[in-house]
Design a protein around this ligand. Structure first.
Ligand code: CYC
Length: 161
């Protein structure tokens, strides 16, 4: 699993280079957002249950067919699986925010997920809609919409789409 610093060291070490201006800029911007990353992750942790509940309600309001007979989130078991998946996305986003790197998302969340979803008929469109709703709720909670805050949610969206 990588973070902003280990991944940078890894790539400079691979070619035996000292950090150059680009590397310093990357490190500076990571440290400059460090405190804010921790605060965002703490706010997510403290509000996780309510964020997931709200994201689920909003998603099922926007795509009501999901919870009607024939919908992928119809039946209590599948409804619960959907909320659990949203909780996974949120929790791993809170890790990636602190790491400043999306590697944890590849390794723990995204690997093989498209195949699993496709074999179970879990629709990708509404899933990424749910991830984007989570992102917006986190923006509202944290009171900003910076790129670094959007990054893990947008990465999962891109990789799943
Ligand atoms: C199922 N979601 C699953 C399954 C996996 C994941 C592996 C199949 C096994 C199971 O049911 O538990 C996802 N598992 C993960 C992820 C991780 C993991 C991400 C990383 C930590 O370990 N259905 C919808 C909505 C969406 C949804 C759009 C919610 C946003 O209509 C989710 N996922 C959903 C549903 C199932 C599922 C309903 C159950 C499908 C079924 O069994 O028929």
């Amino acid at each position: 699993m990588q973070d902003a610093i280990t991944s940078l060291i890894g790539s400079y070490d691979a070619t035996g280079k000292y950090f150059d201006r680009d590397a310093m800029d990357t490190l500076k911007s990571y440290f400059a957002t460090g405190t804010a990353r921790l605060a965002a992750s703490a706010a997510i942790t403290a509000n996780a249950a309510s964020l997931v509940r709200k994201a689920g309600s909003q998603l099922f309001e926007e795509v009501p067919d999901l919870i009607r007979p024939g919908g992928n989130a119809y039946t209590t078991r599948r409804f619960a699986a959907c909320l659990r998946d949203l909780d996974y996305y949120l929790r791993y986003a809170s890790y990636a925010l602190v790491a400043g790197n999306n590697d944890v998302l590849d390794e723990r969340v995204l690997q093989g997920l498209r195949d699993t979803y496709s074999s179970l008929g879990v629709p990708i469109g509404p899933t990424v809609q749910g991830i984007q709703i989570l992102k917006q709720l986190v923006f509202d909670l944290v009171g900003e919409s910076a790129d670094w805050l959007a990054a893990p949610f947008d990465y999962m969206t891109r990789e799943l789409s």
